[in-house]
Design a protein around this ligand. Structure first.
Ligand SMILES: NC(=O)c1ccc[n+]([C@@H]2O[C@H](COP(=O)([O-])OP(=O)(O)OC[C@H]3O[C@@H](n4cnc5c(N)ncnc54)[C@H](OP(=O)(O)O)[C@@H]3O)[C@@H](O)[C@H]2O)c1
Length: 383
């Protein structure tokens, strides 16, 4: 445990899920906590818990961060209380499940953009300016595995997370000559209230194997402390990100749509249109990632990786089987088209042959008629 007495961390969305787990790690390490969310009661309960367990002090700020002026109000409140934010954790974020064109609500989506993107940018601008002036500070931004691919059925959420990743990586680069770092955390689907809040509880992903928010928070915390640009939490998330970086974007979109669909719905068979070369590249890339992770793992992690790889290979097998079936269907279709074409050619050839015969016959008949005519003219002359 490192004790950071005197340092403060501001965490948005610290009342539950990954944010609460992150707050626990900062509390354990002796930070003063500035906890922000809409529910003062829940934040106060969290603060009291930390105080009892770790003896940490906290400041609770109740704020709806989907409101346009909220970032400035939080910044003003922090300054009013004479606090310095050494670490900023932009964690608060929500999504909304449904088809963009016909199902989701525009105002809700604009609020999501405000919370996940605009407020995050405003808070970062306000606090990073002070960090740069002091030449010290750290920012952790909650991106997602969703940042790496298109996300049908949570299109706006996915787009906000793509923004967060791109913004964070660019800012990391801009600040690389300073002592201020920006880290993006990319969790996989995690066991929090996110799915209920987004109306996405009846989906393949929500009913599958969800990551432990404490483990996700630990990965983010360690990467943040090490000043890394980003961390993808979990072996299968790294695999998914590696796949997304080499697959055509519509293949990734199909895969992520399947995850966000109700468990009973059939998958889109176009996922089997995998181009062989790209599939090989994806497997090589993921193989390299897996080999590195496996080599550095302890025996327990190795057993976990073997289990996860078995499952991942199952998915690859499904895709391959589906591709083979599609190829075989296509072959039968071509064969039947060729056979139809053959029949057509044969019948056309037969028709031509018949026509030629008829022409020949016609010619012969004409000749006969001509012969008869010549003979009658001849006999007439003889007479
Ligand atoms: N769970 C996943 O599968 C997953 C995967 C990848 C990334 N993430 C990201 O991780 C972050 C944390 O989410 P989570 O999974 O821990 O979900 P969560 O348990 O629902 O936590 C969301 C937090 O954000 C706060 N929040 C929501 N709307 C707010 C608003 N308008 N103003 C202020 N605070 C607000 C909530 O507090 P109040 O309700 O008290 O306001 C809560 O503390 C999000 O950015 C999410 O997009 C989650």
């Amino acid at each position: 445990m490192t004790t950071e007495v005197g340092k403060s961390v501001l965490i948005t969305g610290a009342s539950s899920g990954i944010g609460k787990e992150l707050a626990t790690l900062f509390a354990r390490d002796g930070y003063h906590l500035i906890l922000v969310s809409r529910s003062e009661d829940r934040l106060q309960t969290v603060a009291d818990e930390f105080n009892r367990q770790y003896g940490t002090s906290s400041t609770v700020i109740e704020k709806d961060l989907s409101k346009p002026d909220s970032a400035q109000q939080v910044y003003d409140e922090v300054n009013r209380q004479g606090l310095t934010v050494n670490v900023l954790v932009n964690n608060a974020g929500v999504g909304a499940h449904g088809l963009f064109a016909t199902e989701t609500n525009l105002q809700k989506e604009l609020d999501i953009i405000q919370l996940n993107v605009t407020t995050l940018v405003q808070l970062t601008k306000l606090f990073v300016r002070d960090m740069v002036a002091r030449n010290e500070g750290k920012v952790l931004n909650l991106a997602s595995i969703a940042s790496t691919m298109p996300n049908p059925l949570v299109a706006i959420y996915g787009a906000t997370k793509a923004f967060v990743l791109s913004f964070s990586e660019a800012l990391y680069n801009e600040l690389k000559d300073s002592n201020v770092t920006v880290t993006a955390l990319l969790p996989p689907a995690t066991d929090t209230d996110w799915f209920n809040k987004a109306g996405a509880e009846n989906t393949v992903v929500a009913q599958g194997d969800l990551a432990d928010p404490a483990k996700v928070a630990k990965d983010g915390y360690e990467a943040l402390m090490a000043g890394k640009d980003k961390v993808i939490s979990g072996a299968s998330t790294k695999l998914a990100a590696a796949m997304a970086s080499v697959l055509p974007s519509q293949q990734s979109a199909n895969a992520s749509r399947k995850q966000m669909s109700p468990p009973s719905e059939k998958s889109d068979s176009s996922s089997a249109n995998l181009v062989i070369g790209i599939g090989v590249a994806a497997l090589v890339a993921t193989g390299v990632v897996a080999a590195i992770m496996y080599r550095n793992a302890n025996p327990l992690e190795k057993a976990k990786y073997r289990y996860k790889w078995k499952r991942a290979l199952g998915t690859v097998q499904d895709i391959a089987q589906s591709a083979v079936k599609q190829a075989s269907d296509a072959k039968s279709k071509v064969q039947s088209q060729v056979s139809d074409l053959g029949d057509e050619v044969t019948s056309k050839a037969q028709a031509l042959k018949a026509k030629a015969k008829a022409e020949q016959l016609k010619y012969k008949v004409k000749r006969k008629v001509a012969d008869i005519d010549d003979a009658s003219i001849g006999s007439m002359v003889m007479d």
